[in-house]
Write a protein that binds this ligand. Sequence first.
Ligand code: PHB
Length: 403
Amino acid sequence: MSDSVFSGGRLDRRRLLLGSAGLVAAGAGFRFPTPAIAQSAPLKVGFMLPYSGTFAKLGKFIDDGFRLYAENNAGLFRGRKLEFVQVDDESKPETATDNMNRLVSREKVDLVVGTVHSGVAMAMVKVARDTKTMLIIPNAGVNEATGPMCAPNIFRSSFSNWQVCHPMGQVMFDEGRRRVVTITWRYAAGTQMVEAFKEGFTKAGGQVLEDLALPFPEVEFQALITRIAALKPDAVFAFFAGGGAVKFVKDYAAAGLNRTIPLYGSGFLTDGTLQAQGADANGIKTTLHYADNLDTGPNREFLQAFKQKTGEEGDIYAVQGWDAAALLAAGLGATRGDWSARDKVIAAMRAAELASPRGTVRFNKAGNPIQDIYLREVRNGRNEFVSVAGRSVDDPARGCRAV
Ligand code: PHB
């Protein structure tokens, strides 16, 4: 594999230790059935991810997860070597169109994998539609990407904002929570996750006292935490992620609210963050399409491989990167490595059934995963499985007509 990185307008090419020889070596023993394609040019993958800022760790884990799957499953790529170009999108929507155009027009990538932030993803989706570039979204949940902006060349290996939060409404109601406050960053992901939760919660019979929000990626939570204390709700529903989630959970506990007002949220509040949150996260309940202790073959394989390669505990972001690579392999597998057979590649990716670390994943007509959503609770520094909050949850793909 070869690698180049650019950020802030500069392109800095470097080759990684694991070159294309490493990719072939990882598949040692596998005989490629199509030598002509095996020798063709590498497939150029553009990673557009946050490598800096509050979501930096999330971007790195997606990148690591993708590469790890590709290294460990080289045979499934039918001899196509992968070449990577990285751009640090800094989770900034204002530079997203330029960054995406640079990957597509200047770097001439074969596909783009990105990103984490819903606002950045919206700009990427527009360019992908206009240029018909293949796009796999490995995190950002913005509903439109697999809703009104859907297209045959757009896939998501992660979730929609609606999908992970809607089941939480019923869960909280069933746990006896009746009067709830929501809190999030004021941008597409926060707004859509809160809306989805409220849809489920009010339908079940619950009442939302107040929606609190602050601009992304601000972390001055104090005034809002004081407001929660004054409102005395039965519980709080929150969406924050990455560095912001670490700070929110710690501030909430420092104010003593974790002892009196139970904290719930989408799983991003406690995924990839528990080491930094420590005991302050104990007891937080969240819904997500993953739990650390899912006792399945694919999850054990993934966690072990990730630990061995990076020294870190795998999380949902690494899973989504891993599955983005698995989805690509499904497309290439169907054409024996021929990326130019685009219709076949797309059809195979839409029909893919992934044995993901999170459980079986299929895709709906808009390219969004159909998957189980789990209720988890933080215990002993892990997001432990409690129950299935929604089985085979499918995003409604509202407004998707183009596929
Ligand atoms: C998003 O902006 O869609 C987003 C960001 C971080 C997460 C989840 C969703 O952890």
